[in-house]
Structure formats: C-alpha cells, structure tokens
Ligand binder design. Structure first.
Ligand code: HEC
Length: 449
C-alpha cells in the first residue's frame, strides 16, 4: 500500500525535463526491456503492485525506475556468480539487466522520458511466464483456515483429493497463496495411494485441517512435489520427466502460518496442477536437504559454546557462518540424479548461502550462491542446459551448504522482523521452524537418469 501511495505522489510532483532528441525513447528503447524483464510481474493480474505496460504507466516514474534497476533491487534475482562460485550453467528465464540496459533506463530518465514512435517500434519480446501454460486441475480447500491475530506460528495440513484412480504424472504445480499476510510458506506433498482414507479421516477430525509440524503426516510417508515461498515461480519439471502421483493418492498441503499480529485472517490457499496420463519416462523429485543441528553434518564453527558444534547465532553476531557437510548422500537405491533446479532457503537473519556438490573423486562444483539473500524473494533457479549438461549427483557424492548470518541491527531484514514482532533488540537465534528461528536448507529439483 505504501508503495502505491508513493507512485501517486510522484505522479503529482513529476515535472517534464528538457528533451534531448538523441535520448532513448519508450517505444524504441525502454518498452522492449520492460516487456521482457518486468511485465511477468508488473502487468494486470500479476504480483507487482503497479503496472509497467504503457508509456503512461512509466513516463512519470522514469527516475524511480532508473534508481531501482541501478540498485539491482529490480528485477528481483538472488543467484549470482561470485569469486567463489561459478554455477555450471546459465539460468532459465534470467531477467537480470546488463549494465548497458541499466544505463538505458538512466539515459531515458535524464533525456526527459521521451515517448518515441509507436509506428516504427519493433515487436515486443515476451515476458517470462510466471504461470503454468496449462492447468488440468484446480484444488482449493472447502473450508478456509482461521489464523488468530497472535500466537505462535502454526503448521497446518490440508488434504486435497486430486481424484485420479490411475497413476498420473505431475509436470507442473502452481501454489496460489490466498492471504499473504499470514502464509509464510507452503509445501505440497503427495501421499501413497493407500493412505488416502487415512488422510481424509485426519482432516475430517480436525475440521478440515490438522496440525502437522513434525514428522510424516501419512503412514507410508509422503513425497515433496512443490514448495512455495514469497517470490517463487510455479514448479515445472523438464520435458520427459514427471512426478508420480499414485491412483488414490492425496495431495497434502502443509502451510506454515505466521499470525500477522494485526488482525484475524482466513486463508484459502489453493493449487493448480498440470499432469499427464502417460509416463514421461523419467521420474522427478524435489528434495530439501540441510537444517542439521548437530555433528557429524553440522561443522564446528563460530560461537559454539562447548566442544560440540552448535547451530547458534547470538544476538548481535555479524558474519556468522554455519556449515553443513554430507560426506556421502544416501542415493544408492536411486542411482545417478540429474539436478535441474536448485534454491536456497534461510529466514530473516541469513545474508548469503552457497551450495557445493562434492564429488566422490574429490572435485567440487558450486551449484548456486545467493550472496544478497532476501527473504522476500525466494525461489529456485532452473539450469538452462541440455539434459546431458546438467550437474549430476553420482552415487557416493556429498554436499556442502554454507550459510552466513548477520544478527545485528545493521541487517535491514533483522530490523524488519523485530519491528513485526514488537521487539527492539536482536535476539539469540537457533535452528528451528518458526520465522524467528533460522534455517540452512537447500532445495533440489532432481530426476533419475
Ligand atoms: C518477479 C516479479 C517482478 C519482476 C520480474 C519485476 N518486479 Fe518490480 N516489483 C515486484 C513486486 C512484487 C514489487 C513490490 C515489492 C515490495 O513491495 O517490496 C515490485 C516493486 C518495484 C518497484 C518499487 C521498488 C521499491 O523500492 O519499492 C519498482 C520501481 C519496480 N518494481 C520496477 C521494476 C522494473 C523496472 C522491473 C524490470 C526491469 C521489475 N520491477 C521487475 C515484482 C517484480
């Protein structure tokens, strides 16, 4: 809301500048950049709070646009190459602007935000697609969940029946969060085909949802098929792969609610599925790996109080690092796994995260680094390469996750989180599920080769 007010204030006060006839123009120079890199979100019905579609949308905020792209706040993008980390492939749908493109925004603003000539403009490129290209099924819980004004974070499971008697292959899943004031993140799991009745009964017992903070909600266990956190794009698997949904299975949506502290809220978050009847050939999975609170995976590090490693980020600590190492991942029964997407996950105190694949032969591959971690912009990143170019977890390989935290008031996200919780001073932070705890978790989209 604040931002929208800011835009209208600018509209009232912006005054036209002297025009330079050689300056870039909207139709010739800026509109193509905005169409390709901004309109996936800044268009009617998309997630951004204002549109950037027409000349009128943009002309009076040209300075603000230039500032925002120069500061690299927009387009939001967290995965960057660093001196330590050069990921093996470029990323799909990379919306980052080049230095020359950023300079075009600046020159357009300085030159008076000229309109140019619509008649001679080249056709506009397509924006990145932030929705599924086909929706086969939409599932929304019948009863909304009532989130109280205050109180601890809650993990609720909603049970959704996709209604398939035969095995189906999921190729895309979009989570549509309803009340983003309280929805912190969403994980979607599929159950075993035999657990449907059990899950329905659990949900009925709890009046539509049930508490599911720890462990497996179903007797035969569940498999992760999608994850949503602020900034996420839909889950889409590579062609010739799919996630298996057994006939009779249920989809279990685990929603982490964080009471807003302001008002009671009802939430009816739902999902959209894209799926196929015929097996696409290769089975895809999502895996969450990390969040180890003790040895041997958690490494000795900063601010450990005793001899044992501790996941503990004291109030005020800056540049605090926690490192998790898996010497050998437990993948022997699956064989080699191709990684098609990778993402990082921490909470408010996190500032930088890196994931390294440690091959059994001693070589290492940095899969991703998010050196300017921003809790408000979480997503996974898809590698842009042919199937044979994707990084591969071979049997016997290990993994390292390195997470860096700043638990001081210098960290704007810590200030934001403290204000939201009604606190003035940083608090001691440990590993945990609540928003005010921390995590160090890798998200992997993989398929069996
Ligand atoms: C992935 C979606 C997405 C893309 C792509 C995107 N934006 Fe945004 N943008 C948003 C959202 C959401 C907000 C509101 C952010 C907030 O409230 O923190 C926003 C906010 C902004 C703001 C206000 C920033 C501020 O400090 O409050 C500007 C300016 C902006 N975008 C410009 C752009 C431009 C220019 C591009 C393309 C070069 C772009 N955005 C691409 C989603 C996006």
């Amino acid at each position: 809301m604040r931002r929208i007010l800011f835009v209208s204030a600018l509209l009232l006060t912006a005054c036209p500048k002297a025009g330079d006839p050689d300056a870039p123009t909207w139709y010739q120079d800026v509109a193509p950049l905005v169409a390709e890199n901004c309109q996936g979100c800044h268009a009617p019905g998309k997630i951004a709070p204002f549109d950037l579609v027409t000349y009128d949308d943009a002309k009076n905020i040209a300075d603000w646009l230039a500032e925002t792209v120069e500061a690299k706040i927009m387009p939001p993008w967290a995965a960057h190459d660093t001196d330590e980390c050069a990921p093996p492939l470029p990323w799909k749908d990379d919306t980052r602007l080049t230095d020359a493109e950023i300079a075009t925004f600046r020159a357009w603003a300085e030159g008076g935000a000229l309109e140019g000539d619509a008649a001679t403009a080249a056709p506009l490129p397509q924006p990145i697609d932030t929705t599924l290209d086909r929706v086969d099924k939409t599932l929304i819980p019948e009863i909304g969940f009532q989130v109280p004004v205050q109180g601890p974070d809650q993990f609720r499971c909603m049970v959704l029946d996709p209604g398939n008697d035969e095995t189906m292959w999921l190729t895309g899943l979009q989570v549509n969060p309803d009340n983003t004031n309280v929805v912190h993140h969403v994980l979607v799991f599929s159950s075993d085909g035999d657990d449907g009745d059990f899950l329905d009964a659990e949900a009925a017992l709890g009046g539509g949802t049930f508490e599911c903070s720890a462990g497996n909600p179903a007797p035969h266990g569940v498999e992760l098929v999608a994850a949503w956190a602020p900034g996420a794009l839909p889950m889409r698997v590579p062609s010739s792969t799919g996630m298996r949904i057994d006939g009779g299975a249920r989809l279990v949506m685990q929603i982490h609610y964080h009471p807003s502290g302001e008002q009671e809220a009802v939430d009816k978050t739902g999902i959209e599925l894209k799926w196929e009847e015929d097996s696409p050939g290769r089975r895809a999975f999502l895996a969450l790996v990390g969040n180890e609170g003790s040895a041997p995976e958690l490494q000795p590090g900063m601010n450990d109080s005793g001899a044992e490693p501790e996941f503990f980020i004291p109030a005020g600590a800056t540049g605090h690092v926690e490192t998790i190492i898996y010497e050998q991942l437990d993948t022997a029964d699956l064989g080699d796994l191709a990684i098609f997407a990778v993402g990082t996950h921490m909470h408010w105190v996190g500032t930088d995260m890196q994931i390294i694949l440690k091959h059994a032969d001693g070589t290492e591959e940095c899969l991703v680094q998010t050196p300017k971690w921003d809790f408000n912009w979480q997503r996974w990143y898809d590698y842009d390469g042919a199937p044979e170019e994707l990084p591969v977890i071979k049997v016997g390989d290990g993994l390292m996750l390195r997470c860096t935290y700043d638990n001081s008031l210098n960290n704007p996200k810590v200030r934001e989180a403290l204000t939201a919780a009604g606190l003035d001073e940083p608090q001691d932070v440990r590993l945990g599920d609540s928003t005010m705890d921390e995590m160090c978790l890798g998200v992997f989209g993989i398929y069996v080769r």
